[in-house]
Ligand binder design. Structure first.
Ligand code: ATP
Length: 368
């Protein structure tokens, strides 16, 4: 950690907030994500300006949300995407305007900076802010005072600034498109969100959270189940669009493979390659039972010794989950969706089976 991060605000106000608060917002347990969350926890309670860097779709906005929620600030989190608003409108969007300030300003309107009073102002894509506006923002950061367009009175505003960019701002300073003084002002505490490829071991966890979010918003959606091979294929993908791209892949799985077992081939051909899955594979694909078998057709557990020798490693929890899902679905299929009979067949209590079905998103036989 370099000392230029330690400014007065940070030194006097920083208290670590529990990482649990941040864990609820940002999913990820790999080393770079744990480090990022510890840094968020350390800086959140201070007033230090945070610059969030990272590739597109990696979760920079989520970091801003985590910083705000963990800050204890009672005001709102106000987000402005500097790249999405035309340059000539950005100034009035940020500073607000008085009635008659320009043609069409029929009413006075507070700006986004005012709206962030007592809270956090999140300026996304700050690297796209026009130079003239950069000078005005710098003045606000130095004086903590703003003036609406067409107004004469100044007012004091207390907000915490979080900015984000996928650009190399130091290079933009060199090129003369970003002010050096503003760069130092906004990057008191720089945070970097790693690309998804740098934390591919987090993909199953992130996928789980995205599925939860999707089913909360679409309760009747049938959840696709990713088998071990599918998870491996996802891990091998380079993810240029990061978590946003993973989210798109999952949306395709909900549309193309609802309630089905998703395999590595599905991932490569249908979800990343965008071919429609074959109609003849419309049924749930159960793993091939290897021979010789014990217990009336189920794989003999002694075979795992040989298999593991060849494989080298295995995601045990993922593999056991796939087996559980496949057996529960098979039991339900053969009992025409009757949960009580399927529970008997699996020697489970009915309530235990229902709990498992809810956990895995298996809806067959459950009353909505
Ligand atoms: N760790 C994560 N866990 C769950 N969802 C995530 C995670 N990271 C990102 N997402 C989701 O991925 C999507 C993209 O994230 P976000 O908008 O924060 O990225 P960004 O880096 O700000 O993108 P951009 O550079 O385009 O502004 C969002 O829907 C977000 O909720």
């Amino acid at each position: 950690m370099t000392t230029h991060w330690i400014d007065r605000d940070l030194a006097t106000k920083s208290v670590f907030v529990p990482v649990a608060t941040i864990d609820r917002i940002i999913v990820g347990e790999t080393a770079p994500m744990r480090t990022l969350k510890r840094m968020i926890s350390a800086v959140a309670p201070s007033d230090a300006a945070v610059l969030v860097r990272g590739p597109t779709g990696a979760g920079k906005e989520l970091v801003a949300e985590a910083l705000h929620r963990a800050s204890g600030r009672l005001g709102a989190l106000v987000a402005v995407n500097c790249a999405a608003i035309p340059a000539d409108l950005l100034e009035s969007e940020l500073f607000g305007h008085e009635k008659g300030a320009f043609t069409g300003a029929e009413r006075a309107r507070p700006g986004r900076i005012e709206q962030a009073a007592g809270g956090t102002l999140f300026l996304d894509e700050i690297g796209d802010m026009p130079l003239a506006l950069q000078a005005k923002l710098l003045r606000v950061l130095e004086t903590r005072r703003i003036q609406r367009l067409g107004g004469t009175a100044e007012q004091t505003v207390d907000f915490r600034l979080v900015t984000a960019t996928h650009r190399d701002l130091a290079a933009a300073v060199e090129a003369g498109t970003f002010r050096a003084d503003l760069f130092y002002r906004i990057s008191v505490f720089p945070l970097t969100v790693p690309s998804l490829a740098e934390r591919s071991a987090d993909i199953p966890l992130i996928l789980g959270r995205l599925i939860e979010d999707y089913t909360a918003a679409n309760p009747s959606a049938e959840v696709p189940h990713f088998d071990l091979g599918a998870l491996r294929a996802l891990s091998a993908h380079p993810w240029p669009g990061n978590v946003r791209e993973l989210k798109n892949v999952l949306m395709r799985a909900f549309v193309m493979l609802p309630g089905r077992m998703v395999t590595a081939r599905h991932v490569r051909d249908n979800l990343l390659g965008m071919e429609m899955p074959c109609a003849d594979s419309a049924e749930v694909v159960l793993p091939e039972p290897p021979a010789p078998t014990a217990k009336g057709g189920l794989p003999d557990p002694t075979q795992f010794h040989d298999a593991l020798g060849k494989l080298g490693d295995i995601d045990l929890r993922g593999y056991i989950r796939d087996i559980e899902v496949a057996l529960i679905e098979a039991a339900l299929d053969t009992r025409q969706g009757n949960v009580a009979q399927a529970a008997d067949a699996l020697r489970l209590r009915r309530t235990t089976l229902i709990e498992k079905m809810k956990k895995f998103g298996i809806r067959r036989g459950l009353v909505a």
